[in-house]
Write a protein that binds this ligand. Structure first.
Ligand code: TEU
Length: 523
């Protein structure tokens, strides 16, 4: 397939907007869709092709939108349906696509279906939309199996039946406010199809599918092995809660709807480690793209990074699928902090951005990554992630990577909102990191990202799909993509660069030497 006939997403730069934290247009301290619309020129100048926006549908916000009470309307907190329509039109005017986040695995407990299930009682059709079971042991006092919630604590909650007595339990792999749907019930897909068509008819260009390896549950719901809590939010491949093979029939059904809308893309959140199992989601009649999280999980170490890249490429190649690359999102610690924090963490994050942007495929940049934002140590009293409560205050959760964007000025809220009372506090020292300051600084991380994205889109060297690994010095990562050479110095000493013209570097190159914690592109 020639470059011109390739689908738009094959080498697209997606920019992830966490809507609570991007820009607040109405002064309530929470970001919203008109805020995004007002900042579209910033994204156009950054050079992004598409926006992935985290859930904005109607929700009590127990998990900030991943608890959906109405999948076919926009929450008033984010400006309602009209605000999304304004955003779609304004983004399309600038040639930017809009992809939404859909949550098929579960609904909110406030969804009318769940409320009906509670009211109807056991052995009713209403209960068949979710996963209700009798408890184990005398009086049904024990949960139906030993599954744990990803956010901590049991994955089951017992309900009071309409007669007022404790009765059945329902399954929730996440918060108790996020009951899992029963995808064996055909009503669930029929409704999901309505949701897909509802948004596609409104001009949405595709969907990020939440927990795309969830949905199907093994018959009999067998017990799971004990979870290693230090790996919270990460399932192993033998975990019965996820990746049941029946999930693929669901993806085929979804694809048959998407195919009615040429150009629309689906991107699955697929936390599956094994390459062969992961690739099954990318078969020609399933998802277009799948998040591969190996690069997120890699340490700043040349061997580890190479291993992550080679595995990601190999996994996508199994189904001739497009590789995807991401260094961070709203669920993981920001990379500046992951790579050590401070100036070193930032230097490494920039270097890794160049590695990511040199690779063939689609890339995902998380809002604030282009400003080099670090994770924030938040005080206990402002934490909102359900993980904090559900883990009995042992896991702080994901709020630290969700702090609102600093746009301009010298004091919080830095133009994010008109109130200082933002939903999470913005650190005063982010005054140095505002978009305004960075736009005016040729050495800033924002200027660096703009230039890197510009080169990636303009230079012909970024067209090839083949990656080779010439022998590299110890602690260096070096790969070629046709005429392009990407070098990363993950060691502690300056690295002599190979022959060639330095097209771009994440730190100044002097006398042909690349400093440590830096990357360069050569042609
Ligand atoms: O994340 C799913 C998630 O938490 C993964 O880490 C996954 O569940 C785990 O590896 C087990 O397979 C998505 C969203 O990104 C997150 O923000 C939501 O909280 C969650 O789903 C629930 O909707």
């Amino acid at each position: 397939m020639g470059r011109h006939s390739a689908p738009w997403w094959r080498d697209a730069v997606f920019y992830q907007v966490y809507p609570r934290s991007f820009a607040d247009s109405d002064g309530d301290g929470v970001g919203d869709l008109d805020g995004v619309t007002a900042r579209l020129d910033y994204l156009a100048q950054l050079g992004v092709d598409a926006i992935w926006i985290n859930p904005v549908t109607v929700s009590p916000m127990a998990d900030h939108g991943y608890d959906v009470a109405d999948p076919r309307d926009v929450d008033p907190l984010f400006g309602g349906l009209a605000a999304l329509e304004r955003l779609i039109a304004a983004a399309h005017d600038r040639n930017i696509k809009i992809t939404m986040d859909l949550v098929p695995n579960h609904t909110s407990s406030a969804h009318p279906w769940f409320q009906a299930a509670l009211a109807a009682g056991p052995s009713t059709d209403a209960r068949e939309r979710y996963i209700f079971r009798d408890g184990r042991g005398p009086g049904g006092l024990e949960p139906p199996n030993n599954w744990e919630s990803v956010f901590g604590g049991p994955a089951w909650t017992r309900v009071n039946e309409p007669d007022g007595n404790p009765g059945q339990w329902y399954l929730h792999l996440f918060d108790a406010e996020q009951p899992d749907l029963n995808w064996d019930n055909p009503e669930i897909f029929d409704d999901f199809e309505k949701t897909l068509r509802f948004w596609l008819e409104r001009g949405v260009d595709g969907f990020r599918i939440d927990v795309a390896h969830g949905m199907a549950k093994p018959p009999g719901l067998p017990d799971m092995a004990a979870v290693d809590r230090s790996r919270m939010l990460r399932n192993k491949d033998d975990d019965p809660r996820f990746n049941h093979p029946d999930v693929h029939a669901i993806h085929r059904d979804i694809r048959s709807v998407i195919d009615d809308y040429p150009g629309a893309v689906t991107i699955g959140e697929v936390w599956v480690h094994d390459n062969a199992r992961w690739a099954e989601y990318l078969r020609p009649d399933e998802l277009h793209l799948g998040f591969n999280f190996r690069l997120v999980q890699a340490q700043f170490d040349a061997t580890d990074i190479r291993d992550a890249i080679e595995n990601s490429l190999a996994a996508a190649a199994i189904e001739n699928a497009t590789p995807t690359w991401t260094l961070s999102n709203h669920d993981v610690e920001r990379e500046v902090t992951r790579y050590g924090g401070g100036a070193v963490g930032l230097a490494r994050a920039r270097a890794m951005a160049m590695v990511m942007l040199a690779l063939p495929g689609a890339v995902f940049i998380y809002n604030g990554e282009e400003l080099g934002l670090p994770n924030v140590e938040l005080p206990d009293e402002v934490l909102q992630d359900p993980t904090w409560e559900r883990s009995g205050h042992t896991e702080r959760g994901r709020d630290g990577c969700r702090v609102p964007m600093p746009w301009e000025g010298d004091t919080p809220p830095f133009g994010f909102s008109t109130t200082v009372d933002t939903w999470l506090p913005i650190p005063p020292d982010w005054a140095a990191l505002t978009a305004e300051k960075q736009l005016a600084d040729t050495g800033s991380t924002l200027t660096f990202f703009r230039r890197a994205l510009e080169l990636r889109s303009l230079r012909a060297e970024f067209n090839g799909t083949r990656i080779d690994w010439p022998t590299a010095p110890r602690d260096a990562l070096m790969f070629t993509r046709g005429q392009l050479v990407c070098v990363l110095n993950a060691g502690t000493r300056p690295l002599r660069l190979p022959e060639g013209e330095v097209l771009f570097a994440s730190a100044p190159v002097a006398d042909g030497e690349l400093p440590s914690n830096a990357a360069a592109w050569l042609v």
